[in-house]
Structure formats: C-alpha cells, structure tokens
Design a protein around this ligand. Sequence first.
Ligand SMILES: CC(=O)N[C@H]1[C@@H](OP(=O)(O)OP(=O)(O)OC[C@H]2O[C@@H](n3ccc(=O)[nH]c3=O)[C@H](O)[C@@H]2O)O[C@H](CO)[C@@H](O)[C@@H]1O[C@H](C)C(=O)N[C@@H](C)C(=O)N[C@@H](CCC(=O)O)C(=O)O
Ligand SMILES: Nc1ncnc2c1ncn2[C@@H]1O[C@H](COP(=O)(O)OP(=O)(O)OP(=O)(O)O)[C@@H](O)[C@H]1O
Length: 453
Amino acid sequence: MSAQFQRDAVRAFRFVRCGLDAATGVAELVYAFDDGPELTETITIPGAPFALAGARAHAVEQALRVLHLIAGVSYYKAAVPEQIRIDSYAIDADTAALLELIYVNGLGEFAYRNGLNLHGKIRFPVGEGRGEDRAPTLGLRQHALVAIGGGKDSLVSIEALRAMEIEQTVTWVGGSQLIAACAQRTGLPTLNLGRALAPQLFELNRQGAYNGHIPVTVVNSAIMVLAALLHGVDQVVFSNERSASYGSLIEGTGEVNHQWSKGWACEQAFGDYVQRHVAADLHYYSLLRPLSELAVARQFARTDRYDAHFSSCNRNFHILGERPVSRWCGVCPKCHFVFLALAPFMTKPRLVGIFGRNLLDDPAQTDGFDALLEYRNHKPFECVGEGRESRAALAALAERPEWREDALVERFAREIRPQLGDDDLRIEPLLTLDEEQRLPPPLWERLRAYFAA
Ligand SMILES: CC(=O)N[C@H]1[C@@H](OP(=O)(O)OP(=O)(O)OC[C@H]2O[C@@H](n3ccc(=O)[nH]c3=O)[C@H](O)[C@@H]2O)O[C@H](CO)[C@@H](O)[C@@H]1O[C@H](C)C(=O)N[C@@H](C)C(=O)N[C@@H](CCC(=O)O)C(=O)O
Ligand SMILES: Nc1ncnc2c1ncn2[C@@H]1O[C@H](COP(=O)(O)OP(=O)(O)OP(=O)(O)O)[C@@H](O)[C@H]1O
C-alpha cells in the first residue's frame, strides 16, 4: 500500500469477487476499501484437479461465496466502515442474517477492546428479487474431514471417531509444524489446507488499522466445508466443547466471548446454513459439544499417545513472529487452564513431565489462576473453561495429598475455598454429557456409549 491508510476516512468495505481454479485447487478471495488496492486472500485445497459439474459445481460456488463473506471479517475489522458492498454476486436475507450474527458476535472481543459498538451497525446488503435457495442432496461419500488444532480437544475427537470406526481424514489449515506433527502421530490420512492472508493486511496494521481478535474457528470451518465438497465427503467435524459457549463477564459491559465462533450459537447457525444453502447431506458439527472442558481433559488423559506432541498454548500458532522455544510457555491463560484441567485426571509426574514444570507451585502465577477462578478478575479472553470448572478442579486437588501443599493449591484452600459453597465445587456434575448438539443421530447414540465406557 503506498498511501497512508486512514481508517476513519474509509466509507465502504467491498467484497470484490471470489474464484476457484478447479485445475489447481487455488481459491482467491478479493476485498477492497473504497476504490483502494485489492486485498487477496488465497486458499489452497490439495487434491486438484477437481472435476465439477451440475449440482456439485453449484454447491462449490455457494461454499466459496460463504467462505468469501466470512473470511472478509479479517479485513473489514481494519476500518469497520459504515457501508458494506458486494460487487459481483447478490445474497439473500438468510445469508445476510448469518453474516451479521457472525460479524457482530465474532468481533465482540475486538469491539470491546477497541471501544466500539457494532450492534446494529453491520448491515449486509440483500439483493433484490432473490428467493431463498434450497440446497439439494449431492450423494456425498460417508467420510469425515476432522479439524485438528494441535491441542487436546481435536485429539480426543480423532480417537473417538477411530474407536467408532468412522472413516476420517485429519485436516488442518495453515503451515503449523506442531499441528503437522500431531496429525502425523495419529497415523491417519491427512490433508493440509493452505491459507495466506492478503500480505497488505500486516502493513495496514502497522499504519494504525483497527486490530483485534477475529472468529477464526468459523473461518476455518468455512474453508473445511469447501474442502469437503471438493473431496466429495459428507462430514466436517470440529471439537468445540460446551464450555466455549460461555464468555467472560465484564462489569458494566456484560458477556464478551473470545471464543464465540467455537460456541453453540455459531455451530447451529453455520451448520444449519450449510445444509439449507450448500448441500443437504453435508453435516457440520462439533463432536465434543456435549462435553465440558473437564470432561474433555478426562478423556484426553486416558491415553498418553500424544503427550510428547500436543500443545494447547496459542503462542505456537502465530503467523508472524518467532516460534517459541518450548511447546508450553507456562505463563499464558491456556497453559494455566490446561494444566489445571488435566491435573485431576493424570498422575502428577506425567503432567509435570508434559509441561516441564509444576505451574501450581509457582506463586508468580497467582494472578493468572485467579482470573480462571473469576476471583478478583474476569475470565481471560482466551479459550479456557468456565470459572466453575477451574474452581472445581482446584477444590479436587486441595483434597489430594500429592497436590495440596503446592503454593497455589494451598492458597486456594486457605483463602478462596471458604468463600465458596460446596455445591459450586463438585467435579462430577460437570462431567455429564449435555443434550445440546447437532451430531448425526446414529453417531450421537454411539458417542454416548463410547464416553460412558
Ligand atoms: C496465534 C494468535 O493467538 N494470534 C492472535 C494474535 O495475533 P498476533 O497479531 O499476535 O499474530 P498472528 O496470529 O501472527 O496474526 C497477525 C495478524 O494477522 C491478522 N489476522 C490473523 C489471523 C486471522 O485469521 N485474521 C487476521 O486478521 C491480525 O491482524 C493479526 O494481528 O492476536 C490477534 C488479536 O489481535 C488474534 O486475532 C490472533 O488470533 C488468531 C486469529 C488465531 O488464530 N487465534 C487462535 C490461536 C485462537 O484464538 N483460537 C481460539 C479460537 C477462537 C475463535 O474461534 O474465535 C482457540 O484457541 O480455541
Ligand atoms: N489450524 C487449524 N486448522 C483447522 N482447524 C483448527 C485449526 N486450529 C484449530 N482448529 C480447530 O478449531 C477448534 C478449536 O480449536 P482449539 O484450539 O480449541 O482445539 P484444539 O487445538 O484441538 O485443543 P485445545 O483447546 O487444547 O487447544 C478445534 O476443533 C480445532 O480442531
């Protein structure tokens, strides 16, 4: 970008065009501010050439457009202008409603941190004379593209699908070596989807664009839906647990959910949309929706297959910047939470071996753990479990001889626990399966049996 970016002078964000080259599997998603230079994000789906015709070609076009519209959130946020324009195709009211839901809620943390109010401000233009599309059934092959993120959650799903003998391909977006190593460790077929943000975005950031969190899970979901159609398979599986539906409670503001696009509202809206507008037999669902973070941690602890490979620490996943020296930084909210969530279900030497140290015996981490407990602070803007899960996990550790003398466990028992009622501190009620989920019905029954076993 040559001219200096003046975010407040921008009038319109434009969805310029999108296209897919079926011969190479490369999709281009093009955006612009006003009449400024084009910003092009590139998505690469391996496996080309793809033979597309008839209803499948139409479904691919629909999936490409919805990806274009959702991935635009990374660029729109740079200026949050009054106007949104779609230059090369029209959308219906249903599509506009989905996008407004995703943009307003998925940018909730971004808006809060930047002092913006997006409610009622984001309006996608609805084209004239378009009725609602009803997607046909395409006869997709029974097979799951399962998203892998390098952390514990997706590995729990992958092992569950393996146990239930569901054919799966372990799939991820981007160039993370850590995710690649976990994927390889599964021993299953893999698929690595390419995503390159428009390089000018980083320059816009340097020039004072608005910046902040975007709903990355629904962007990855839309990429995987496109990949599923190109590969002719009928399931896109994520591993978002029920705890993700609950945000941080901010005094004077209300609930702000960092992980909104991992929550139930997003899964329902996006999954239903895909079946109505893209392909009636393409199922998008989260296998872990019925589980809390603690239930996922308990399940993860049942095998040590990934101990030396996985990491939930987000410092591993930056696009820009240096790679961390260790898989676990040990000081961020995700390290704190995952250590705490696994502790009730693993031997202490195994857990300390994974992290390389005992985070609960380090007084320097007091504030970090207090935020998880919602004690004198709100739950961090990160993908961590609910406050009640952290409180129940610490209460359980306070009863265990091997943990109770560690600095932060001892402090919890002395200072915090007496202020809490016993009902708030039991782990067992947090381990039950919830009914809220959108798994294909026969799979739900089998999954129930698997987790109960
Ligand atoms: C790795 C990470 O946590 N990144 C967040 C961080 O970004 P940062 O500037 O420190 O570095 P980069 O990730 O390299 O990004 C550089 C800039 O690129 C833009 N950008 C990046 C990805 C994208 O999809 N769209 C973008 O526009 C952005 O301008 C970046 O500054 O801080 C940002 C907030 O300022 C966060 O938005 C970055 O988060 C990434 C989108 C990300 O992938 N985060 C996941 C690790 C993450 O938070 N996953 C959650 C799921 C949450 C959800 O679905 O909403 C999880 O752990 O479960
Ligand atoms: N690069 C990626 N490509 C595709 N899917 C991803 C990617 N990163 C994360 N995901 C998926 O997004 C969802 C949310 O990610 P999240 O980080 O919570 O999961 P995780 O890495 O499996 O576990 P953890 O919570 O321990 O980090 C998961 O279903 C995960 O598989």
